[in-house]
Design a protein around this ligand. Structure first.
Ligand SMILES: [Zn+2]
Length: 90
């Protein structure tokens, strides 16, 4: 599983509607990917907070931080997953 895959299943994860096998993959990824681990930790906290009020939608701020964290990681790895090159205009 890659960070992108994790992003895709985040919603299911938050809904608690995730396949156990997928969940295992997710946990495995988290073991080796600190940014994603932080993200999930925050989701868990956020979800439990919101669940008390029966409302949980990922806050916009949270999504932004998620992207920031992942992009930082990808930059360090030197393999940006985006298919849209950002550095245009040389
Ligand atoms: Zn990751």
């Amino acid at each position: 599983m890659k960070c992108q895959d994790l992003l895709k299943i985040l919603n299911e994860y938050v809904d608690g509607d995730i396949d156990p096998a997928v969940c295992q993959e997710l946990e495995k990824h988290l073991a080796g990917c600190n940014p994603c681990k932080v993200v999930i930790d925050n989701i868990r906290k956020t979800v439990s907070l919101y669940k008390n009020d029966q409302v949980y939608e990922l806050p916009l701020d949270f999504k932004q931080r998620l992207h920031q964290a992942l992009q930082d990681k990808w930059k360090k790895q030197g393999s940006p997953p985006s298919d849209k090159p950002e550095g245009q205009g040389s």
